[in-house]
Design a protein around this ligand. Structure first.
Ligand code: UDP
Length: 326
């Protein structure tokens, strides 16, 4: 039985990865400090004999007994609200955290796949963004802690690949949505759906002309699975090229939820990227991958999930978890 460590295993993407690798017959070790992750995302896996949960901060030395074939590094705050509130932890997990994972991988002779992000392209001047684009990032802006941590993470991973011959993979993830997103994480989709469910107006930041391209989580997980098993060490974009303005997106959510609320306009946050769309030519050729779930279908499933949550979830503050300052 192959053994895989998934850091951030109780998070949105991490928990879907746990499900996938359990389904593929792996022994899965999920690690999470539960700052932004939630044990409820993996509760259904806890009774399984081929699943382990380690409550641990990956920025501290990682000890895993036994063999490991793969390490997926998905621990990190990932929404602008989270990384504004916990900037130091964001920087640490993207630097000390990946350093620990790479060290562990050398000892275990494991293959490492890291979660990078379209944020490495910053506010892009090339559109759509191919992997060859180096980006337009403000290192000292509010998003700098996330963007630079992820850029450093790519750099150190590539250095371990070239210097130590470690097997490594880098996925650049574009906006992804689906069940188990936190309703209060501040990202646009849960924000809009939460507002609709509470009977509040939908808050569009700026004039709503900025664009994003939303990928349903199952499509993303399939792309990551294929990348892990491929032999390609350079970054690969995984995302859905279906681009939409935030204003159009708000209209779609209003239609989906049947709310009679309106949209209201709020100031655009600093350094908010004006446009974002993945160029997925590489994934198509190298992994024979492209997204399959339409936005209409993905949004419907996600809306059902949010509706099924206990009502108090709707009223939790944007950042509600206790966390240590370490
Ligand atoms: N946004 C918005 N209203 C909200 C939350 C977000 O208009 O209540 C906008 C945000 O300014 C950005 C886009 O939606 O232009 C996507 O934001 P998100 O936080 O989901 O992620 P990003 O892609 O910016 O990292």
């Amino acid at each position: 039985m192959k053994r895989i460590l998934i850091t951030g295993g109780a998070g949105f993407l991490g928990s879907h990865l746990c499900d996938r690798f359990i389904k593929e017959g792996y022994h899965v070790i999920a690690m999470d400090n539960l700052i932004t992750g939630d044990i409820r995302n993996i509760e259904h896996l806890l009774p399984l004999s081929n699943f382990e949960f380690h409550h641990h901060d990956v920025s501290q030395f990682i000890h895993i007994p036994g063999e490991l074939d793969y390490i997926l590094h998905f621990a990190s705050p990932a929404s602008p609200i989270d990384y504004l509130k916990i900037p130091i932890q964001t920087l640490k997990v993207g630097s000390l955290g990946i350093h620990n994972c790479l060290g562990l991988a050398r000892v275990k002779n494991a293959r490492v796949l890291i979660a990078s992000t379209s944020e490495v392209y910053g506010d892009p001047t090339v559109h759509p963004q191919p992997e060859e684009y180096w980006g337009n990032v403000n290192p000292v802006g509010p998003r700098g802690v996330y963007d630079e941590a992820k850029r450093f993470q790519e750099a150190i991973t590539m250095a371990y690949h070239t210097y130590h011959g470690l097997e490594t993979r880098i996925v650049r993830i574009f906006n992804t949505y689906g069940p188990r997103m936190r309703l209060n994480d501040g990202r646009v989709l849960p924000a809009f759906i939460g507002q609709a469910l509470r009977g509040e107006d939908l808050t569009i930041f700026g004039d709503g002309s900025q664009t994003r391209s939303f990928c349903y989580v199952d499509d993303l997980i399939e792309g990551i699975y294929r990348l892990l098993l491929s032999d390609y060490a350079y970054p690969v974009n995984i995302g859905n090229p279906g681009e939409i303005t935030i204003k159009e997106f708000a209209e779609e959510i209003i239609k989906l939820t049947g709310t009679d609320q309106k949209v209201v306009y709020k100031p655009l946050p600093k350094d908010d990227p004006k446009q974002r769309q993945p160029n997925i030519s590489k994934a198509k050729v190298l992994l024979d991958w492209e997204p399959r779930v339409s936005r209409a279908e993905g949004l419907r499933i996600t809306y059902e999930y949010f509706k099924s949550l206990p009502e108090e979830e709707l009223y939790k503050a944007a950042y509600h978890r206790e966390f240590s300052a370490s």
